[in-house]
Design a protein around this ligand. Sequence first.
Ligand code: COA
Length: 330
Amino acid sequence: MPKAHIVGTGSSVPRRVLTNFDLETIVDTSDKWITRRTGIVERRICSSAEKEGTADLGAQAALKAMEMAGIAPKDLDMIVVGTVTPDRQFPAAACMIQNQLKAENAFAFDISAGCSGFLYGLSLVNDTIRVGSCKNALVIGAERLSSITNWTDRGTCVLLADGAGAVVVSADTKKGGILSSHIQSDGSLWELLYSSYGNSFVPEILSGLDTKPFYLKMEGNRLFKRAVEYLTAIAEKALKENSLSCEDVALLVPHQANIRIIQAVAKNLNISMEKVFTNVEKYGNTSSASIPIALDEANRQGLLKKDDYLLLIAFGAGLTWASSMIRWSI
Ligand code: COA
């Protein structure tokens, strides 16, 4: 039976840097508050002056992952994009990316699973490869959260950012690769994080509204507690399924939402922060893109060695949460 191996990683973030000091001029906040409460120092935001949409960022990240993997566009047979901010409601960002890559042999679609979108995609690709229906896949997390950010709401605008990350996953019978995937959701808690309108929920009269109807809304405090609880639980599930302990894990790459969430999860798991990859200080919360961006940085910094156990954990709107245990095989 073939196994699914990550064979290349890539990422792409907008050039424009928005610092906490820049935000001080937009809303009633301070660099001190944002750094202390979130760990975020700066983030990347798409510029309307440049050609930077969700699909553009996703395609750039994909090209870098494909270059590392030595995979040509025609070799791809599946493209999955985790996103809550596709450039258009339809077609899928994945199809726009397929077009940019000229990956004519692939089928392509998006997954909407909040910040867990990338791990949901990885889980699906893992299953598809294992049953022999796919040889080479792209899993991408790509977001332009700035397009749904309420820039007058200091409770959310300091957190959100834009970016994309990608991995190429290939079938191979060699040992290692993706060992387990867990994906979970609880729709009863959807109101903790959502966009107000969209699709069938379009207000009857749009004119006269002084705020964009599709802004992201969040109950930060309640979400924080659920994030810590569910991320801990899904990490423990992955460890148990693979008969591993935190000692065995070389690197934990969690969703980058808030350094305090990450530290609390590390404490619960009794895993040293030295083994936890973080870059939330540079990029903020890029939703689906945060794990593949972090994974690409960790990989390019040489933090992953062949046969290392790597644990990825995500949490997001839905609510959704997910994990993937990987034996690194590059
Ligand atoms: N600057 C300054 N003050 C701010 C602020 C900002 N950007 N945002 C909120 N505040 C204020 C609040 O108004 C509140 O003031 P009050 O005490 O006078 O009412 C105070 O800070 C505390 O607010 P609170 O929401 O309790 O802070 P917190 O410690 O929970 O931190 C978050 C807020 C949003 C950083 C935190 O709840 C969080 O990270 N939640 C999870 C968010 C998340 O990860 N979402 C995505 C999940 S994938």
